[in-house]
Ligand binder design. Structure first.
Ligand SMILES: [Zn+2]
Length: 465
């Protein structure tokens, strides 16, 4: 069975066949770095990091490129407001981005290209479009001649005439046609600028992705991805620019993740319900946020609320508790000999189910339900008082492996384990010292953390309640 991907271009699930066998060229539109990222930016980062991890797990060599938009109107505005320059703002929020997405378990891309560092290839790309007649200069601006690209609208499934009626594109006097969009903008007073054949200015937003995808991945890439809101006009325009220039298919598969609502409302500046990742992860385990995002299929909308995140936390802890209990059982075990084949088969079957779920358009929601099945199986194993080291290892290895594919780790709990062990140690000492007040206080403290102690002749054991 091959991996199936829902392709926005064809509106169908298709078998994934990369251009070059065993290799995947993947481009994901990155953030505009003028502020901390909000939860809506975190979703594509997590979703496509998981896609990348899964492709690698299935044996593909993935080259992953994700840009930073470090020159645009929002950055210029932020720079003016703060009295700083655009590169300073960009640097600050690129660092903040890395910090946030690393906490969320996302790996760095192979390349994170920035517009400022690629101005030469962007200008070159525009110049070639002008030379071929797909673009024109007008009073220091350069526009793409949208009607010159025959299949414009193919990604968002709109005919070019529908677009004109919809008048979605702002009217500018300098354009030949309302549908044309800017590739280069002449610098206004006080704005950051670069020299170009058309005078001082800066690139429009869409052109950077076409130019940087070509530079780092080539004319045809395998997967181009981003949030659903980028389908039109951003990705439509990328296709027009890239395919007009190369005469080749730009991307074989287009993947888009769904929207995020906050407390069932659209996230918007005017509603003031922007949720920044930077804030959430001071209050919640970032792993839980990742788990939450992956518990819904990436194409479906997702609703975020503190209550939902809280219930995700307890669900997540059900799995980590099974895992920890397995580790504790192993520590107490001397059983190296039992006949375990039946259990080993069951554990291995879980992996097949996981792959089946993920092969079907990266259905992480289903994959997570498979992880709960593994957790139930482990609980059942432990309940039966089984102690075979071979089986326990198979369980924990399976947990580790499948968690890793989703970019999740059970390791963060180990820190907590150490803290719990330290508290138990302190309590044992208190009991030896006959300081029962302190010993009871520690027991209560652990109870609050949902840790249940069991004093046995061999010492104190604990489990998560
Ligand atoms: Zn883009």
């Amino acid at each position: 069975m091959a991996i199936q991907i829902y392709n926005t271009l064809t509106r169908k699930k298709e078998e994934f066949v990369p251009l070059e066998e065993g290799k995947v060229k993947m481009y994901v539109c990155g953030p505009t770095v003028y502020n901390y990222i909000h939860i809506g930016n975190a979703r594509p980062a997590i979703v496509f990091d998981t896609v990348r991890r899964y492709l690698e797990y299935r044996g593909y060599e993935v080259k992953y490129v994700s840009n930073f938009t470090d020159v645009d109107d929002k950055l210029i505005r932020a720079a003016n407001q703060l009295g700083e320059d655009v590169p300073t703002i960009a640097d600050r929020f690129i660092n903040a981005y890395y910090e946030d997405v690393t906490a969320l378990g996302c790996q760095k891309a192979d390349v994170h290209p920035r517009v400022m560092e690629n101005m030469d290839i962007i200008i070159e790309f525009i110049a070639q479009l002008v030379e071929k007649g797909f673009a024109y200069e007008s009073e220091g601006d350069v526009y793409f001649r949208t009607r010159s690209f025959d299949s414009y609208g193919k990604l968002s499934h709109q005919s070019i005439d529908d677009l004109q009626v919809g008048a979605r594109i702002e009217v500018g006097d300098k354009k030949e046609d309302d549908l044309d969009f800017a590739l280069w903008k002449a610098a206004k007073e006080g704005e950051i600028y670069w020299e170009s054949p058309w005078g001082l200015g800066r690139p429009g937003w869409h052109i950077e992705c076409s130019a940087m995808a070509k530079k780092y991945l080539g004319e045809t890439i395998d997967i181009h991805a981003g949030g659903q809101d980028l389908t039109f006009p951003h990705h439509e325009n990328e296709i027009a620019q890239s395919e007009a220039l190369s005469g080749k298919l730009f991307s074989r598969y287009w993947m888009h993740n769904g929207y995020i609502n906050i407390d069932n409302e659209k996230m918007s500046k005017s509603l003031g319900n922007f949720v920044l990742v930077h804030d959430i992860i001071t209050r919640h385990n970032p792993q839980v946020l990742r788990f939450f995002m992956l518990s819904v299929h990436y194409r479906n909308p997702i609703n975020y609320s503190e209550e939902l995140l809280e219930s995700t936390r307890s669900a997540f802890e059900r799995i980590t508790t099974s895992y920890q209990n397995l580790k504790h059982r192993k520590e107490a075990s001397t059983d190296l000999t039992s006949d375990n084949q039946d259990w080993l088969d069951k554990i291995s079957a879980i992996q097949d189910q996981f792959i089946e779920a993920m092969d079907d358009d990266f259905n992480t929601a289903l994959a997570i339900s498979v992880l709960f099945d593994l957790s139930k199986l482990a609980n059942y194993y432990l309940l039966e008082k089984n102690t075979a080291v071979e089986v326990i290892d198979a369980f924990t290895n399976q947990f580790d492996g499948l968690f890793r594919v989703l970019g999740l780790t059970l390791e963060s709990e180990d820190m907590l384990d150490k803290e719990i062990d330290a508290l138990i140690e302190k309590r044992n000492q208190a009991r030896k010292d006959r300081n029962f007040a302190l010993s009871d206080q520690i027991r209560d403290q652990l109870k609050e953390m949902n840790i249940i102690l069991e004093d046995t002749p061999q010492g104190t054991r604990w489990k998560r309640g």
